[in-house]
Design a protein around this ligand. Structure first.
Ligand SMILES: Cc1cc2nc3c(=O)[nH]c(=O)nc-3n(C[C@H](O)[C@H](O)[C@H](O)COP(=O)(O)OP(=O)(O)OC[C@H]3O[C@@H](n4cnc5c(N)ncnc54)[C@H](O)[C@@H]3O)c2cc1C
Length: 526
């Protein structure tokens, strides 16, 4: 356990307590602590992020399944031939922003306009969200002052000297009719689809930019910010339907800390709903099943689980081996699986290795050496499948039952079959010929054989969200100001508040949610 500045703040009173020092929570804590007159406590279950597997952007995959991963796993998914896909999430200061694949994707215009519609709050529409993004970004790519920020704390770059297979894929996509753009976060995110080299949270060629490095480390010496690592929040302390503090477990000790203004939950889309439920806020029948007194019935908590679906592989063997570069994922595109859709629903991504699932890796004898093969992984970023989280016990230490339900909606199967077709067309095109000795997976499968492959190969895109959604219907958990319905002084700021998942990787939207939450708290309290 590490405590910055103070002794363990047992029974101490703060103005704000932020639970979870991850992507959104780290932003909230740092922005609040910019005011020297307020005392902020940030509680993070994971440890120090200043280790090579976090700071070196090329090593991110090594964190999956390790000590910096919560190692969540879904219950068997019927539509994945009964497989139980892992659901990695970062457990370290910076959360997912410290362990993820470093792609910076802000989301499509329509995502945010839909959020504004769901909440009745124009603060979430595209125009408002653009302003938050501009405050966040220190964008180093082609100038776009209307959309991109250049003075914020979070440096975003285009990868240095990308892998030539990424460049060839961008050329192949252009030839296919998917416009190649320099900046996938510019006008492209307002249109029908585009391809190119993604923005990455990398500086100096191979140094990760995370919320920990960009927001928290610069603030960590401030006396008004207390950060405790290795601190597991295990309960929200409620008095008269008001959040007054939290109970924490660290180093075998249970202790309390108190907040005179607000408690903010930023534990990510699995642990935020779990903490609410063990604290007595959630679906009353589930709470009753575990003998938890129901303080506030909110049936939407743990429901509406959404994740993008990534298919492990269309894989090709290189003619000449190529070592992975930068973040090992230097090409992506957004495209529609069917022309009538209102926005792109597909986002395949290059993985600079032979990317297989636990089933297909063995079945197709994929090489372990990443320099021998490359993958164009079909991805679905507007899924219809929905999952749920069910309590497995009455405390944070007992596992949740996570039902991801990937591919449970047949429309997702149809969209991903189209994605496989497009990826194979690109990979087998003449532009890629210099990088292809042979196609390793899946090959020209058709009909039922192709569907079986899809079910054996599909899984998480690592973007678990939407389990405590904001909105106005009876399944909503927070309002547009991120306040938990029925409970005072309690807000949520993380990926769980998304009403629907964004079109693209979810780190950038979570940083933006953190920025907006901080702004709301500042407007409320000073
Ligand atoms: C392997 C991987 C690759 C990914 N690749 C990309 C990518 O390339 N681009 C992209 O945009 N997104 C990517 N993502 C997704 C992205 O990182 C997440 O969506 C985002 O970081 C989630 O932010 P959050 O604030 O909701 O939660 P998190 O960042 O997960 O923060 C939650 C924090 O709360 C802490 N916590 C949880 N429970 C407790 C508790 N009880 N007490 C105290 N602390 C607790 C956690 O340890 C964590 O630090 C990836 C994710 C993973 C795991």
């Amino acid at each position: 356990m590490t405590v910055y500045h103070n002794d363990l703040p047992v029974n101490r009173n703060f103005d704000f307590i932020v639970c979870g020092g991850g992507t959104a929570g780290g932003v909230v804590a740092a922005r609040l602590a910019a005011n020297p007159d307020v005392q902020v406590l940030l509680l993070e279950a994971g440890g120090d992020e200043r280790v090579e597997v976090v700071t070196d952007s090329r090593l991110w995959m090594k964190n999956i399944g390790g000590e910096r991963d919560w190692q969540f796993r879904s219950q068997p998914c019927a539509a994945l031939n009964g497989r139980t896909p892992p659901l990695p999430m970062g457990k370290v200061l910076g959360g997912g922003s410290s362990t993820n694949g470093l792609i910076w994707a802000r989301g499509h215009r329509s995502d945010f306009d839909n959020w504004a519609e769901a909440t009745g709050d124009d603060g979430w529409n595209y125009a408002s969200v653009l302003q938050a993004y501009q405050r966040i970004e220190r964008w180093q790519g082609p100038a776009d002052p209307q959309r991109r920020g250049t003075d914020g704390p979070f440096e975003i770059n285009l990868p240095t000297d990308p892998n030539p297979v990424a460049i060839a894929l961008a050329e192949a996509a252009q030839a296919y009719g998917i416009e190649r753009v320099e900046d996938l976060n510019g006008a492209a995110m307002e249109g029908e689809g585009a391809s190119g080299i993604p923005n990455v949270a990398v500086t100096g060629g191979s140094q990760r930019v995370s919320v920990a490095s960009a927001y928290l480390r610069p603030a960590i010496d401030q006396p008004n910010l207390t950060v405790v690592l290795g601190a597991m929040v295990e309960q929200v302390i409620l008095e008269d339907r008001k959040a007054v503090g939290v109970r924490i477990h660290s180093d075998g000790q249970h202790w309390n800390a108190y907040a005179s203004l607000e408690v903010v939950l930023s534990l990510g889309a699995i642990n935020t709903p779990k903490l609410l439920m063990v604290s007595g806020i959630g679906p009353s029948t589930q709470l009753a099943a575990h003998d938890i007194e129901c303080v506030q019935h909110l049936p939407g908590i743990g429901q509406n689980f959404q994740d993008h679906i990534l298919v492990a592989g269309c894989v090709w063997e290189y003619q000449v081996p190529q070592a992975p570069r930068n973040n090992s994922a230097e090409f992506t595109f957004f495209w529609k699986s069917a022309a009538h859709l209102p926005a792109p629903d597909l986002q395949p991504v290059l993985e600079e290795c032979a990317f297989g699932s636990e089933v297909t890796r063995a079945q197709y004898a994929l090489p372990a050496d990443p320099s021998l093969a490359w993958t164009l992984a079909p991805g679905l970023v507007r899924p219809h499948s929905r999952g749920q989280l069910l309590l497995g016990g009455r405390s944070m230490s007992e596992p949740l039952r996570i039902e991801a339900n990937f591919l449970s909606d047949e429309r997702d199967v149809t969209a991903l079959l189209r994605a496989i077709e497009i990826c194979r067309d690109l990979g087998n095109s003449s532009t890629l010929a210099p990088f292809v000795k042979r196609e390793l997976m899946p090959g020209p499968l058709k009909g039922e054989a192709l569907v079986r492959f899809l079910r054996d190969a599909a899984g998480t895109y690592f973007h678990q969200t939407c389990t405590a959604k904001m909105g106005r219907d009876e399944m909503s958990v927070v309002d547009g100001q991120l306040k938990v319905y029925g409970i005072d002084r309690l807000r949520i700021a993380d990926g769980s508040v998304m009403p629907d998942i964004t079109t693209g990787n979810t780190m950038a939207p979570c940083v933006m949610i953190g920025e907006r939450a901080a702004q709301m708290l500042i407007e409320t309290h000073w």
